[in-house]
Write a new protein. Structure first.
Length: 149
């Protein structure tokens, strides 16, 4: 039996969208992306005790959840892309990729216990992994991180 939690955490460590990945620093984000077009108010989440702030780049179709871990340096905790973003995962999946593209690229990691398959595919679990949202048989959103809080 596959351990989808373990698979999801591995994917969070190994996957990226372009050069954006979970764990990269705020300075690395600023270097790659420039200043965020909009930022939410920093807020402490009861679920993990970290200070979280969303950084929005709507013109690029990118949203990052930055969080300050105990060491105090903001890092990417979760990332989401939508159109018009043209970044792709390390396995070549991006906005507009087909359901079959995702099933082929992540065949060993897709969680069969997750539904509904018609609207999304999940590699790993909601506690860590990659969620591919689907519309009309194509990827419309990619989320890397923990979806459940």
């Amino acid at each position: 039996k596959k351990d989808y939690l373990k698979i999801g955490f591995r994917l969070m460590r190994e996957e990226a969208l372009g050069n954006l990945a979970v764990g990269i620093s705020d300075s690395a984000v600023n270097q790659q992306m420039g200043e965020a077009e909009k930022k939410s108010e920093p807020k402490v989440w009861a679920a993990d005790g970290y200070v979280h702030q969303s950084w929005y780049y709507p013109a690029k179709g990118i949203e990052l959840d930055m969080n300050n871990r105990p060491e105090g340096k903001p890092v990417v905790g979760r990332l989401t892309i939508t159109a018009p973003c043209d970044l792709k995962t390390r396995r070549g999946i991006g906005i507009g990729s087909t359901v079959q593209d995702v099933k082929t690229a992540y065949a060993n990691e897709l969680n069969p216990n997750f539904s509904p398959e018609s609207s999304s595919l999940l590699a790993g679990t909601v506690y860590g992994g990659i969620l591919f949202s689907l519309q009309d048989g194509a990827v419309s959103r990619i989320f890397i991180g923990a979806a459940a809080e």
